[in-house]
Design a protein around this ligand. Structure first.
Ligand SMILES: Cc1ncc(COP(=O)(O)O)c(C=O)c1O
Length: 379
């Protein structure tokens, strides 16, 4: 048997990691500005993270959600305190798609409606409702087409007011910052207008902070730049530094109904130990501030290149940055990996996406800038 081929692969076998560096089976060191797709938050093999997860594995790796799991309570308490959502409750799952799937289900249980409004270029995952509200028909299977959905352009207040006005929309789902769609930031005016319109029409506001959340933007959640409070917030990616985990932060207005939501693996002891260690490290090492400070420095240095090397735009917040070129970046991204030993991500065809671990240092940034610029120097 072989793995089912779902993505084209780089011919590199990554076998080891440390902070913002990864190593292949030949011993070659790479600078990791991708974090395995925004997943590595506190750095590869952080000693405290490894210690806590190892201790947990030696104590109890898993038991069912039908008994008390005090680690879930500890995680919820710390997440509430560190994110500013102490009055919300937490439902733990295993991935980003599953967090969004449950957000949409909970919204629909709550107001009894079916139609979902999403944003052009959105990506929310690959399960039924999550893929339906993803703006990519190529990954929506016929079986996913049952849920009624309407896409509106990002930051178009008029369009948003028009679709929500009939009061038949179950929920509107918006990424804190669009990732796959090209590092596009919702304006504060837009998010505030959405909040107001959701209140008027009893529409549930879901913020997908799976990629932009957990400190990446320089605030705990990217939507906190606009001062709004969503009804539901989905998280995943960096929450447990690579242990599969997702979560849904739920406003107190949603009643918990036994049996309505559930999961076998979600919130298991091992994942919780990893997620608690992540929050402890984020607090001790002030990683949200670091994302803000180092991200601003990187963005500022990259912005000096706009107009050069066919770079059109540099945008983002904290350590979620897009560099938009006039041409497809596939070859450039490959060159960065193979010649300069730097991993980055991409969005669409023309955008390089920078999603490093939140412990990135100024030395790492300077090394990246040097290697990045050297790609454009005539040899
Ligand atoms: C904004 C956003 N939502 C949802 C998802 C889906 O997460 P997962 O792949 O863990 O299901 C992703 C993954 O890239 C994402 O970026």
């Amino acid at each position: 048997m072989e793995p089912f081929k779902v993505f084209p692969l780089y011919d590199i076998n990554i076998v080891r990691g440390n902070a913002c560096r990864i190593y292949d089976d030949q011993g070659t060191e790479y600078l990791d500005l991708y974090g395995g797709h925004a997943v590595i938050s506190v750095g590869h093999t952080h000693p405290y993270f490894v210690q806590k997860v190892t201790e947990q594995l030696n104590t109890l790796g898993f038991y069912s959600n039908s008994v008390i799991n005090s680690l879930q309570w500890e995680l919820a308490k710390k997440l509430g305190q560190q994110s500013g959502y102490e009055d919300y409750s937490l439902f733990l799952v295993n991935s980003g798609a599953e967090a969004n799937e449950n957000a949409i289900k909970l919204a629909s249980f709550y107001n009894g409606r079916r139609k979902i409004v999403s944003i052009s270029k959105a990506f929310h995952g690959r399960t039924d409702a999550a893929v339906r509200v993803t703006d990519n028909p190529k990954i929506v299977a016929p079986v996913n087409e049952a849920i009624p959905v309407e896409f509106i352009p990002l930051n178009d207040i008029e369009a948003m007011e028009r679709v929500l006005a009939p009061k038949d929309v179950c929920a509107i789902i918006i990424e804190g910052i669009q990732g796959v769609g090209g590092v596009n930031i919702p304006s504060s005016e837009f998010l505030q207008a959405v909040r107001e319109m959701c209140d008027k029409t009893k529409t549930v506001l879901i913020l997908d902070e799976i990629q932009s959340g957990y400190g990446r933007s320089g605030k705990f959640f990217a939507h906190q730049y606009s001062g709004i409070r969503p009804d539901l917030i989905s998280v995943a990616k960096g929450i447990a530094n690579g242990i599969p985990m997702g979560g849904l932060l739920i406003s107190p207005k949603f009643p918990a109904v036994f049996g309505q939501l559930g999961t076998t693996f979600g919130g298991n002891q091992l994942a919780c130990a990893g997620a608690i260690a992540v929050l402890d490290i984020m607090k001790a090492e002030k990683l949200v501030d670091n994302a803000d400070k180092i991200g601003s420095y990187l963005q500022q240095e990259l912005s000096k290149m706009i107009g050069k090397y066919e770079i059109n735009d540099v945008r983002g917040r904290g350590l979620m940055i897009g560099i938009e070129f006039n041409y497809p970046v596939k070859a450039l991204r490959e060159k960065l990996i193979t010649e300069q030993h730097v991993f980055t991500g991409a969005s669409g065809t023309n955008i390089l996406r920078i999603l490093p671990p939140l412990c990135l240092t100024k030395t790492d940034v300077d090394l990246f800038l040097q290697r990045f610029k050297s790609l454009f120097v005539e040899k």
